[in-house]
Design a protein around this ligand. Structure first.
Ligand code: DON
Length: 303
């Protein structure tokens, strides 16, 4: 398949949608991003990568980091995590507090903020430094040693992080955090702030298409664990729009409020699309449309 030609056709198809939606406003450092950006990259399982548009321009990965932290914890710790976090879609916004109380401090899944805080807490306990562990992993997998935290975003998010702090304190009240709340929040915010391009993210998510194998051929996850991360991405990776994303795109995907989405075609390739305009559920409008058109053109959905 001529990936370049496919991505160009995808980009042409979604051009009218670029600039639609709203750039995330709740973190001031994200609100200043140019809403007319669009990039898409595809990395095949052999690590060949191609892209169009702004595919080499770094953006804030935000919640896409949650897919990597989940994989890193499962790699270190296996199935124990599931005692502390569920794996059902929440049907609620990513930052919702409401289910936590009647579900006794156990978040529905690792991709809503509450669940990601538990995963970060576990990663921190296992490694001694959750955010640096993730940064090192992303540098190795993307082959980009220049990847870095965006201090402005992390500081901005910390200053406007009352809701995440409420989630963390609430779970600590149920005994579902091992580390102090400020430590967990700090590592969660720094992970979210990492700046990456579509190129970097398509390469870094390659292990999910390679059934758990890292870029250097070593194994991060067993085949079964890789399948499970992909399954949770499919059912929960786009929050309360996961049903619609499965309906339209039909791939495991993880979005972030920076406007990026990573999607996986197991056995074939990992894609990353970026366009900052978000829909009401926090997913990139042009990004979802691009992946929708990609699977229509290639017939590469998992269904
Ligand atoms: O927790 C937050 O609010 C952000 N750092 C991440 C949110 C996010 O990307 C959710 N996504 N769609």
């Amino acid at each position: 398949m001529d990936y370049q030609a496919v991505l160009e056709e995808v980009a042409a198809h979604v051009r009218p949608q670029i600039g639609r939606g709203r750039v995330a406003q709740y973190i001031p450092a994200l609100a200043s991003v140019d809403e007319d950006r669009f990039g898409i990259a595809l990395a095949d399982v052999d690590g060949r990568v191609t892209g169009v548009g702004d595919w080499e321009r770094p953006f804030s990965m935000q919640s896409i980091s949650k897919a990597f932290s989940l994989a890193l914890v499962l790699a270190e710790d296996g199935e124990k995590l599931w005692r502390r976090v569920g794996r059902e879609p929440s049907g609620n916004p990513f930052n919702s507090l409401v289910q936590l109380e009647y579900e006794h401090g156990i978040p529905r899944n690792p991709f809503i903020n509450a669940g990601a805080l538990v995963v970060t807490d576990r990663l921190h306990t296992l490694t001694g430094d959750a955010s640096t562990t993730m940064l090192d992993f992303l540098r190795a997998e993307s082959g980009n040693p220049d990847l870095a935290f965006d201090q402005e975003v992390a500081v901005s998010e910390t200053a406007h992080g009352d809701r995440n702090a409420a989630l963390a304190h609430f779970m600590a009240g149920y005994g579902n955090l091992d580390n102090p709340v400020p430590t967990v929040l700090e590592h969660y915010f720094w992970q979210c702030s990492i700046e990456m391009s579509c190129r970097d993210l398509a390469l870094a998510g390659g292990f999910l298409a390679r059934h758990g194998l890292r870029a250097d051929g070593s194994r991060l996850l067993s085949r079964s664990e890789a399948k499970r991360v992909n399954a949770v991405m499919l059912t929960c990776g786009t929050y309360d729009a996961a049903g619609d994303f499965a309906y339209r795109v039909g791939l495991p995907g993880k979005s972030g409020v920076g406007g990026g989405i990573v999607a996986v075609v197991p056995g074939r390739c990992t894609l990353c699309v970026w366009s900052p305009g978000l829909d009401a559920r926090g997913n990139s409008v042009a990004g979802v449309a691009a992946l929708d058109h990609f699977t229509t053109l290639t017939d590469w959905s998992v269904f």
